[in-house]
Design a protein around this ligand. Structure first.
Ligand code: ADP
Length: 476
């Protein structure tokens, strides 16, 4: 068993799965907006509360002053006696009134029973006194009563009551604030989600384009001219440009290959003609044989280029038929043993017998040849190649594993691209290396509705795993 660290890369797809967990743009905007709204709400509430608090206290003060000054109407000097109307005892708007003579002696009036402090009279002044845990405003005012002399009226009002009702207001606000914040977050999130909906559609469309490798797909753009719509339009324009460039490039390689086919055929037939001549010297024969071999390699590469170009344009006919794939794999392995022998590589088979699947026989063989020949070409001398074939539910799974030179992790995503070779030095000496084998493999697997992954580690080895369905749903 060949063992090495796993590095898994799916055929040509960008690795979108490994992503750090960041907050989504929706969440960021919602949080920012909530923070902003909260700051505004809290500061305006604090401002409002403090303004209305001082406003309430100011109105308590003026009420107190008014009641005290009004109180003098209940006092008069009548027949040598100080007459104080009992109406002064009425506690209007929470103000208690009491009357004192100039020595500070209480003559008449009402004092709240919780107010037990002895406070000096201070004419025309407001005093704040705390008594029995209650805060009071006191206002004294004096007046000369004809015939009697100076009398003072003292007004007392509790400000704790006003402050308490205020604290209730603050407490209620504090209870409702989290609820308000929650509602703001939910509404904000819904609002931002609504605005960013086209972006979500775009992400989905782009993901689909990446997964299907199909540049002809476009992002759906609804009516509108905001930044998001413009972004989608620009994205589509970019896709169109990319598609055009790719098409041009594909057309170019297909045209060049077509153009090269005739001169290569002429070259081959001329070489064959020369090789049939007895007049050739030994040295000339060897030279012609070299040219003949190179021309054959060129012909092989050119036909591969044409095939890949056609495959990418969906111009390759594919015929699915029920085939015993186990037999096909065994046959290809036998064929490849010759190549393996040159490097003294041992091919180990673990093939489940009599497995049937709907495949295109020619393409399925090409898939196996490309993968196994690569495993041998890039395998180490006296090494091993393992070929497995097994049934996995409705799927057939194939594994081609070698303990060869491996592929550097950073190069893995590119091996599926046309003409890509990991580095020139490793393919030196391999005349037929063109960087077209794996793109063809990728196309074949895709055409069979399957998947292929690769795991590799430098100097340890490489494993290709492909899976194809046993039954083709969209048979051609
Ligand atoms: P090539 O004709 O060069 O083999 P492929 O498309 O088949 O082209 O492969 C692309 C590149 O991937 C190769 O040039 C080689 O560097 C690398 N490669 C493919 N298979 C293996 C393998 N089994 N082990 C190591 N490298 C591999």
């Amino acid at each position: 068993m060949i063992e090495y660290k796993k590095k898994n890369v799916e055929s040509g797809k960008p690795d979108t799965k490994v992503r750090k967990k960041w907050l989504s743009a929706k969440m960021k905007v919602t949080l920012l907006y909530t923070l902003f709204l909260m700051l505004i709400t809290i500061s305006s509430l604090a401002m409002l509360l403090s303004i209305s608090n001082s406003q309430v206290l100011a109105s308590e003060k003026s009420q107190l002053e008014k009641e005290v000054l009004d109180g003098f109407q209940y006092i008069e000097w009548d027949d040598g006696e100080l007459d104080i109307d009992s109406d002064i005892m009425e506690v209007d708007s929470g103000v208690y009134l009491s009357v004192y003579n100039e020595n500070g002696l209480l003559l008449y009036g009402k004092i709240p029973y919780q107010f037990t402090e002895d406070v000096f009279i201070q004419d025309g002044e407001f005093q704040v006194v705390e008594s029995n845990g209650i805060k009071w405003y006191i206002f004294d005012s004096g007046m000369d009563i004809d015939g009697y002399g100076k009398v003072y009226i003292r007004g007392i009002i509790s400000i704790t009551r006003a402050e308490e009702s205020f604290q209730i207001l603050i407490r209620t606000t504090l209870i409702f604030l989290p609820l308000l914040v929650f509602i703001m977050i939910v509404l904000g999130y819904l609002f931002v989600s609504y605005i960013l909906k086209p972006v979500d559609h775009m992400i989905g469309a782009v993901q689909q384009i990446c997964e299907s490798d199909d540049l002809s797909k476009r992002v759906e753009v609804s009516n509108g001219n905001d930044e998001i719509h413009r972004l989608a339009q620009m994205f589509n324009e970019m896709l169109e440009q990319l598609e055009r460039n790719f098409e041009r490039e594909k057309q170019f390689s297909s045209d060049v290959s077509h153009e090269l086919r005739t001169p290569i055929t002429v070259l081959l037939s001329q070489c064959e003609y020369l090789l049939e001549q007895d007049t050739l010297t030994k040295e000339n024969r060897e030279q012609v044989e070299v040219i003949y071999k190179k021309a054959r390699n060129m012909a092989q590469i050119v036909s591969q280029i044409l095939m890949v170009a056609k495959a990418e344009k969906n111009q390759l006919p594919i015929h699915f038929e029920q085939v015993e794939v186990s037999e096909l794999v065994e046959m290809v392995v036998e064929e490849q043993r010759e190549l393996a022998k040159e490097k003294e590589i041992q091919i180990l088979e673990e093939i489940q017998p009599h497995l049937m699947a709907e495949v295109d026989e020619t393409f399925f063989i090409r898939l196996l040849v490309n993968l196994i020949s690569n495993a041998i070409s890039y395998g180490r001398e006296h090494g091993k190649v393992i070929v497995r074939l097994s049934e996995r539910g409705d799927w057939i799974q194939g594994v081609i594993q070698d303990n060869g030179i491996g592929i550097p992790e950073e190069k893995l995503p590119f091996i599926w691209e046309r003409f890509y070779r990991v580095d020139q030095s490793r393919t030196a000496g391999q005349d037929s290396s063109s960087g077209l084998g794996l793109p063809m493999v990728k196309w074949i697997v895709k055409a069979h509705g399957g998947t292929i992954t690769v795991e590799s580690e430098l100097e340890k080895g490489t494993t290709f795993v492909f899976s194809i369905p046993k039954v083709q749903k969209n048979k051609k």
